[in-house]
Design a protein around this ligand. Structure first.
Ligand code: SF4
Length: 565
């Protein structure tokens, strides 16, 4: 699979499939179950691609829309509003988004409204309006907390709502602010078309100087926005009388997308975002430019959400962030602030919660105190995903990963000295510019030295506007493919041995469902391994329940066993 991913893209990208969540089942955290969805007139369809962060963002977007009176439907044809939550991590992601948008074009004549959300929305910005003029809303993830305002503006603009609010220029330092009079109905800003810093900015980890949001033009009479062609002469003109709502100017915000309205897709296991954005600026990664700077929620807010989930019957929580290890509690009372390890432990101690996972860790910020927390709190799962990307310090330096092979191995040693066995998984990139056979051999030797339980490996491919795009991508694709094959073959041998060790042991699992065709239940261990098992008909374990399984067989990527009755 081509593509250079951020650290946190791992598990959903597994198996080369992007997640496409079209319909959410509303296990609502904040929206009452009695929310009058069936009577709602406005309908929406949401399609999601990308990592766990995108999946969870979509859960919050869905909750917000339901709260705003929308009803979710299963197909584009049924929807008034069609939203597309995009991922920019894969090779040619932008082109894939535009191809998908062109599929939507035929529905515009039916009066449907289209919005593009997520990383490609942030990356491409107003170019989306130019290439897909039937799109009315473009918003990056840093602007999602303004979604209710944007939706109301959209409705007003399209004559579907009665709101009198209006969008003004970015005089408050936030690109999307609401005023109540004298302001235009919505705004389009100049200066964000690249949305990316010069290489010199990114290489030092700084954001570009914030462009001044500038209102290009607006009209009131029709309720529709047009753009002043004289001021946009360097760009392709967009069609007049098309609605343009943007949420692109928030990447330097200190605020997170916190909402009490989250439509989780699973009633037993759920995500909580604790930190958004990333300040690491790895040389191949678009995330800092698309998701903005790091900002953390307060530990009190995270814990309140965890308690609420426990009250709703959730037993497993996964704490999410591009880099959870750099979590900085924004709690106002400094005496109450928690480190990431303390927050992890506190979530693990919430009554009713039986499993806590976290994703993703950056080795630079991975402290010994996290292993101490794993030792102290039994509900914290025996699994750490610690992306390394390369076994060569020279390559790590070129990738701007901010640690050496030796420092990475020091963190591995901490985990291996833990009181219980911790399953370790990682991400690897092969064929990064300048990677020699010697560098690649060091990556292979790291596999042997660590003994990973899973490796998510990818061929390097340059992403637009990242610093590494300036490096000569001289390794031919065939050679990258060869290295990927060699790496995966070596890892497969390692996994076969590692998984075999479980035969004869008893594992506790959370049941995920039943594969009727195979007559097996699917489940997950605390090590995050898939364990398929059989059970007598009388047992009939339910999804979300916990069970003890005797492991009887192993495979390179899964275990099999029998229910212990
Ligand atoms: S820049 Fe941030 S999100 Fe991207 S790979 Fe580096 S740590 Fe991960």
């Amino acid at each position: 699979m081509a593509g250079s991913r951020s650290d946190s893209q791992t598990l959903v990208a597994r198996g080369s499939k992007l997640s496409a969540l079209a319909l959410y089942f509303p296990y609502m955290s904040g929206v009452p179950q009695s929310n009058p969805q069936p009577a709602a007139q406005k309908t929406f369809y949401l399609e999601t691609f990308g990592c766990q962060m995108n999946v969870h963002d979509s859960e919050k977007v869905v909750g917000t829309l339901l709260q705003e009176g929308y009803r979710q439907v299963e197909t584009v044809e049924q929807a008034d509003l069609v939203l597309y939550n995009t991922c920019s991590i894969r090779d040619k992601a932008e082109q894939k988004v535009f191809n998908r948008l062109s599929d939507y074009k035929k529905y515009k004549a039916q009066g449907k409204t289209f919005g593009v959300l997520g990383c490609v929305a942030q990356q491409e910005g107003e170019k989306i309006f130019e290439r897909a003029p039937y799109v009315s809303l473009v918003a990056g993830s840093a602007s999602y907390r303004k979604l209710p305002e944007m939706l109301r503006q959209l409705e007003e603009a399209e004559g579907k709502g009665a709101s009198s609010t209006a969008i003004s220029s970015a005089t408050e330092g936030e690109g999307f602010s609401t005023t109540t009079g004298g302001a235009p109905p919505f705004a389009v800003f100049e200066g964000w078309e690249s949305m990316l810093p010069a290489a010199s900015d990114s290489s030092t980890g700084n954001f570009p100087e914030k462009p001044k949001g500038k209102l290009v033009a607006q009209t009131r009479g029709s309720g529709l926005t047009t753009r002043d062609s004289a001021k946009t002469s360097s760009r392709k003109p967009v069609a007049d009388s098309l609605v343009r709502i943007t949420g692109l100017d928030d990447r330097e915000t200190d605020k997170c997308f916190e909402t009490e309205f989250t439509a989780r897709t699973n009633p037993h296991r759920g995500y909580i975002t604790i930190i958004e954005g990333c300040d690491k600026f790895c040389s191949y990664c678009v995330v800092p430019y698309t998701r903005g700077k790091e900002r953390s929620r307060t530990s009190q807010s995270v814990l309140a959400e965890a308690r609420q989930m426990a009250d709703l019957g959730y037993t497993e929580i996964q704490l999410l962030g591009q880099n959870v290890n750099s979590y900085k509690d924004s709690e106002g009372n400094s005496a109450k602030r928690k480190t990431f390890a303390e927050l992890l432990a506190a979530v693990g101690e919430v009554p009713g919660i039986r499993r806590v996972r976290f994703m993703t860790s950056h080795p630079r910020d991975f402290g010994r105190d996290i292993v101490d927390a794993l030792d102290a709190v039994p509900t914290l799962c025996d699994h750490v995903h610690l992306p390394v990307q390369s076994g060569s310090t020279r390559m790590l330096d070129a990738m701007q990963r901010l640690y050496t092979r030796e420092q990475y191995l020091e963190r591995i040693a901490w985990m291996k000295s833990a009181k219980r066995e911790i399953s370790i998984t990682t991400d690897m990139i092969v064929g990064f510019p300048g990677e020699t056979e010697t560098d690649f051999a060091e990556t292979l030797s790291l596999l042997d030295e660590v003994g990973y339980d899973a490796v998510f490996a990818f061929k390097y491919s340059p992403r637009p506007n990242t610093p590494s795009i300036k490096l000569e991508d001289a390794i031919p694709d065939e050679e990258k493919a060869r290295r990927l094959d060699v790496l995966m073959a070596r890892q497969r041998e390692i996994q076969i041995k590692r998984y075999k060790r479980y035969i004869g042991t008893t594992c506790e699992v959370m049941v995920e469902g039943k594969n009727e065709a195979r007559g097996q239940y699917t489940a997950r261990t605390t090590h995050n391994k898939t364990l398929n098992f059989t059970a007598p008909p009388s047992a009939n374990p339910k999804a979300g329940s916990y069970a003890k399984i005797l492991v009887t067989a192993s495979f390179p990527n899964s275990l099999a066993g029998e229910l212990v009755v």
